[in-house]
Structure formats: structure tokens, C-alpha cells
Design a protein around this ligand. Structure first.
Ligand SMILES: [Zn+2]
Length: 46
């Protein structure tokens, strides 16, 4: 998953933009982290 894609990712539940926290990058790719929805859902990246 590329960093540029994360910036426009929307929550699958409510469609709001999510914030990426605790991101783990490798070769310009996000390989880990958590996406936080403003409504409280958390989506892990692995
Ligand atoms: Zn949501």
C-alpha cells in the first residue's frame, strides 16, 4: 500500500477520511500501522 493512497482512504463503515497512525514504512510503502476513523473505528494495516 502506498502512502499517497492512504491520504485519500475512506472508512469502509461510514465513508469518512481516516488518519494513519503508527505507520511503518519500507521502500515508500506503508507496510503497517493503524487507520483511525473520526467515529472511532480502527483499521489495522498488515
Ligand atoms: Zn468510520
Amino acid at each position: 500500500m502506498y502512502a499517497g493512497i492512504v491520504e485519500v482512504m475512506k472508512c469502509p463503515q461510514c465513508g469518512r477520511e481516516m488518519n494513519l497512525e503508527e505507520a511503518v514504512e519500507e521502500n515508500n510503502e506503508i507496510i503497517g500501522g493503524n487507520l483511525y476513523c473520526p467515529r472511532g473505528e480502527v483499521w489495522g494495516i498488515s
